[in-house]
Design a protein around this ligand. Structure first.
Ligand code: HEC
Ligand code: HEC
Ligand code: HEC
Ligand code: HEC
Ligand code: HEC
Ligand code: HEC
Ligand code: HEC
Ligand code: HEC
Ligand code: HEC
Ligand code: HEC
Length: 290
């Protein structure tokens, strides 16, 4: 229950003294949405901290969280021991790397369920990253969403290999600001090949509306596997962001069984899509010829 001086259920400390009634109130608070439970120090709100943390407290008053009526202990947890000991080390939750990602995220999740309910099963939660790797609560002169750095720079800093793809000839226009990493990825959610937070292919189809379907004749590759089975989405040396240099190579990576007369076409670097022009799906032809 107690870790680094933090109590997730502050009222339980007084269980013995205050008896069953308080226990029921505390427990109900815990079960119903995990709203941070008030303790006697919270009642004094920010004032209880101002004496010793004037700079932080003053800056906080104009912050988004203060306007939203959050107080210091909503995030930092029970501060009774911290105050009693005059700020002794290890007496309050300080969101440092000594804690697990889950311990750090817990206080935040109490209010940000909607955004973060899947966080721990996503790649960043799994990699033991804390909210504070990307968000700076007390930073002043803030970027959007209290980010530590503008979103593009933030992601690029840890994913330089991906940024390199956006420098290739064929690429999405990230650098020009037409889209951002977070257009396609939600950093708080697990992603799969074609599901990057949101419904399948939804993000792509918002812009590429002609590929939306549903088509009478779906190409299973697209309908089942998703766009990224054929496209290198960030950037690629190949035309149309394709995974293979020639369209023929791409098609034959799945279609060993095309009619015999087709085989010769590969050596001509055949553009299969020249005839099978509706390769994303068709309403007219089961072979995607139109
Ligand atoms: C919304 C959550 C939240 C609230 C509310 C909050 N803090 Fe913090 N605080 C953090 C986080 C997270 C850190 C870790 C460093 C960071 O990311 O800014 C931190 C760090 C700190 C630190 C140590 C580092 C520093 O910047 O000096 C102090 C002291 C502090 N907070 C005091 C306060 C006080 C006092 C209040 C109320 C006036 C308060 N905090 C309100 C989340 C919060
Ligand atoms: C009686 C003085 C005093 C009061 C009141 C006080 N603090 Fe502190 N606090 C300190 C001292 C001293 C430190 C250590 C400062 C340092 O390391 O620079 C500290 C450190 C912290 C840290 C960083 C802890 C760490 O391990 O890095 C946080 C977070 C913090 N206080 C939050 C709060 C909050 C929130 C309140 C109000 C609920 C509060 N403090 C009230 C004296 C106080
Ligand atoms: C890898 C970086 C990263 C991590 C880790 C991260 N976030 Fe975010 N967060 C972002 C970015 C980028 C945005 C801006 C998204 C946008 O503008 O569409 C954002 C937006 C938000 C928002 C506002 C947008 C909304 O949906 O309401 C909240 C609240 C938030 N994050 C909370 C958290 C919490 C809580 C955690 C930890 C459990 C966390 N974040 C971890 C990068 C991150
Ligand atoms: C007591 C509830 C509460 C807690 C706990 C809390 N927040 Fe918030 N947070 C808010 C409110 C209220 C806002 C104001 C914007 C809003 O209404 O969504 C906000 C705003 C934010 C935003 C900016 C959202 C935007 O739209 O730009 C981020 C990011 C964020 N919080 C991250 C965190 C992180 C990280 C923690 C944990 C360290 C945390 N919050 C803890 C209530 C809380
Ligand atoms: C502090 C470093 C850091 C930041 C900042 C960061 N990431 Fe990550 N990211 C990681 C780590 C670590 C992993 C898990 C290991 C891996 O797959 O590389 C990861 C994984 C991912 C994955 C899943 C990779 C896979 O193979 O499934 C995606 C997608 C991703 N990050 C996108 C983003 C986006 C978008 C942003 C900006 C909002 C961002 N990241 C910011 C460190 C970071
Ligand atoms: C146009 C949409 C889109 C944009 C913009 C985008 N991504 Fe992706 N990203 C994808 C898709 C689709 C995949 C899945 C590829 C696969 O699984 O074959 C992916 C995969 C990833 C992966 C895991 C696989 C890999 O290539 O390493 C990471 C990490 C990643 N993206 C990070 C980022 C970062 C960071 C940015 C911004 C610099 C970004 N993405 C911008 C769509 C996008
Ligand atoms: C079976 C492989 C395959 C899949 C799956 C696939 N594509 Fe394509 N895509 C291609 C080929 C091949 C071309 C090049 C066609 C040509 O040469 O005329 C192409 C071209 C494109 C083009 C540029 C030319 C045009 O028709 O507008 C866009 C945009 C595109 N695809 C988006 C998507 C999207 C979005 C998805 C997911 C819904 C997707 N693709 C799924 C194979 C595929
Ligand atoms: C925010 C809008 C947007 C989103 C989201 C988006 N794209 Fe694009 N995409 C574009 C634009 C604009 C271009 C044209 C790029 C240029 O300027 O040359 C493009 C180009 C392409 C091309 C190359 C077309 C060609 O003719 O060479 C393919 C393939 C493609 N996108 C696939 C995808 C896939 C797959 C996804 C989802 C993972 C996706 N796009 C998400 C806007 C978007
Ligand atoms: C990721 C694997 C994959 C790729 C790549 C792919 N396809 Fe398919 N395609 C399928 C599957 C699965 C079906 C469903 C029928 C089947 O099982 O053969 C199908 C069906 C077809 C059909 C309908 C005829 C039939 O056999 O049912 C045609 C025509 C076709 N694909 C052409 C192409 C062309 C042209 C390309 C290259 C642009 C291509 N495909 C790339 C997986 C793929
Ligand atoms: C010159 C036009 C043309 C080109 C180029 C072409 N095809 Fe076809 N393809 C057809 C026609 C017409 C049919 C239907 C007649 C038939 O089955 O022989 C067909 C049928 C198919 C079928 C369905 C076979 C079956 O009966 O299930 C597949 C799969 C296919 N093509 C794949 C490919 C691939 C892969 C390429 C590139 C290497 C390609 N095609 C290039 C015209 C073309």
């Amino acid at each position: 229950m107690k870790k680094n001086g933090r109590t997730t259920l502050p009222n339980l400390r007084y269980l013995g003294l205050l008896g069953i009634a308080v226990f029921v109130v505390g427990l109900t608070g815990f079960i119903t949405g995990m709203t941070p439970v008030e303790n006697e120090k919270t009642a004094a709100g920010i004032e209880a901290c101002t004496e010793c943390h004037e700079d932080v407290a003053t800056a906080f008053k104009t912050s988004m969280h203060s306007v939203g009526k959050a107080v210091c202990t909503d995030c930092h947890g029970d501060a009774a021991k911290h105050i009693d000991t005059g700020g002794e080390k290890g007496t309050i939750l300080a969101f440092n790397i000594k804690n697990s990602a889950l311990q750090n995220a817990k206080q935040c999740l109490a209010c940000h369920q909607d955004t973060c309910v899947q966080y721990m099963s996503g790649p960043h939660g799994k990699a033991s990253m804390s909210c504070t790797d990307c968000h700076g609560i007390h930073k002043t002169g803030h970027n959007r969403a209290l980010l530590q750095a503008p979103a593009g720079k933030l992601c690029a800093g840890c994913h330089p290999d991906v940024m390199a793809q956006f420098n290739l000839n064929e690429r999405h226009r990230l650098k020009e600001g037409i889209l951002e990493c977070i257009t396609c990825h939600d950093p708080h959610k697990p992603g799969t090949r074609e599901r990057l937070g949101g419904f399948k292919q939804q993000e792509c189809l918002k812009c590429h509306t002609d590929k939306t379907g549903p088509f009478i004749f779906e190409h299973e590759a697209s309908a089942v596997e998703g766009c990224s089975i054929c496209h290198e989405v960030h950037g690629s040396p190949n035309r149309h962001l394709l995974k293979f240099q020639s369209v023929g190579e791409l098609c034959f990576s799945c279609h060993a069984g095309a009619p015999a007369w087709h085989k010769g076409l590969v050596s001509f670097d055949a553009n299969c899509a020249g005839c099978h022009s509706a390769v994303h799906g068709s309403n007219l032809d089961p072979l995607f010829l139109k």
